[in-house]
Write a protein that binds this ligand. Structure first.
Ligand code: PLP
Length: 378
């Protein structure tokens, strides 16, 4: 038995992080220009949404503030079902099931759905919540090279049982898109179920912000979409959209759905209202892309800087010397810009970068100011 006090062991683990210069700390950044949050369209700060929520909440005064229990016990009521109907039709699925967050939705879906003897192929750049869900599953799992359909095809030789392919439509760190059409084609060929996490595409892609699956017309080839609400929807929570039988299955087998209290009423009202506003936000969708393109073009003209990818509101900025990264981020914050470095283990060693997120509410002056500050800091 270990004689070292637990607190000392924890301190050691923290000291390891500090020595690698990767210690994480909570910060507040009020007053800085936002190039960090996931509030792409500005809904989290929308006065119109706030007013709509206040008004709509009056209609639901008969409901409790909190769900009061698991939805399988005391925690279910009509607003859950009403909202799930709205979500399913918005994302062109047969049914939807709400989860308490995107993290929980991925864990709840991927731990429950693939069974022992089945095989899951997932993109190596998939979000931690997808990997954590798969770690809880009894299925065999294989990572394929990021966005490489060729590598997926190669790895398919390991397939047994029901096959699943798990990807993000827009990758949270790299900001690039999955080759969804090709992936859907492979899945059709081998009868695999394609699961797409739409966390960073919802709100931004599709004529009404439905996400990339619907924007590409692939809803009938995608078995399940994971829709999250903490990003462009300005709120919190998530839903799995797919066939009715999947919803019924998750209600029965997804522990992350069963063994937790349902979302509070105000969260459901906020989501209903966000869905009411989402179709109107075409100008914001266009503006955020234009601003992101402006930043991409200007940054790639600087020497010693590489910025990727094109046509994304999530940009990665790589200085020539990765060692400069933390100092550069600190200098940018000092200059008033909320920009964060992304370090291992969040991204693989050697791919450290500044992650810059553009929003519809950023101004051209803010974009140009950021470019100047990056030029000065490198
Ligand atoms: C791709 C992806 N999936 C899921 C999540 C988790 O969503 P939430 O923040 O709602 O838990 C995130 C958030 O970081 C994400 O980027």
């Amino acid at each position: 038995m270990s004689k070292i006090p637990l607190s000392q062991k924890l301190q050691q683990k923290l000291a390891e992080r500090a020595a690698q210069d990767t210690l994480r700390q909570l910060k507040t950044t009020a007053g800085l220009i936002d190039f960090c949050s996931n509030d792409y369209l500005g809904l989290a700060r929308s006065e119109k949404l706030r007013a709509l929520i206040h008004k709509e909440e009056e209609h639901y005064r008969h409901l409790p503030l909190g769900a009061t229990g698991s939805r399988l016990l005391s925690g279910n009521h009509g607003l859950f079902e009403e909202l799930e109907g709205i979500i399913a039709s918005y994302h062109k699925g047969e049914a939807a099931l709400l989860f308490n967050s995107g993290y929980t939705a991925n864990v709840g879906l991927l731990s429950a759905l693939p069974q022992r003897g089945d095989t899951v192929f997932y993109d190596e750049a998939s979000h931690a919540s997808m990997k954590d869900g798969l770690r809880l599953s009894f299925a065999k799992t294989y990572a394929f090279r990021h966005n490489s359909v060729a590598d997926l095809r190669q790895k398919l030789k390991h397939a047994t049982g029901q096959v699943y392919v798990v990807v993000e439509s827009v990758y949270s760190m790299d900001g690039d898109q999955a080759p969804l059409r090709e992936l859907a084609q492979v899945c059709t060929e081998v009868n695999a179920a394609l699961i797409v996490d739409e966390a960073h595409a919802v709100g931004l892609y599709g004529s009404k912000g439905e996400g990339l699956t619907v924007a590409l017309g692939l809803q009938d080839q995608v078995f399940a979409q994971v829709i999250t609400y903490g990003k462009a929807m300005g709120s919190h929570g998530a839903a799995v959209v797919g066939p009715q039988v999947l919803r019924d299955f998750l209600i029965n087998y997804s522990r992350a759905f069963i063994y937790t209290t349902g979302l509070p009423t105000h969260a459901l009202v906020a989501l209903k209202c966000a869905y009411t506003l989402l179709p109107e936000l075409a100008p914001e969708r266009e503006r955020v892309q234009q601003l992101a393109n402006r930043l991409y073009q200007k940054l790639n003209k600087l020497s010693g800087i590489r910025c990727t990818p094109e046509d994304s509101v999530i940009l990665s900025v790589f200085p020539q010397q990765p060692r400069q990264l933390k100092a550069l981020a600190a200098a940018l914050q000092q200059a008033g810009f909320d920009v964060r470095p992304v370090l291992p283990p969040t991204v693989p060693a050697g791919t450290e970068r500044l992650r810059v997120i553009v929003h519809a509410y950023n101004s051209e002056e803010e974009i140009d100011g950021l470019v100047q500050a990056i030029a000065k800091g490198t």
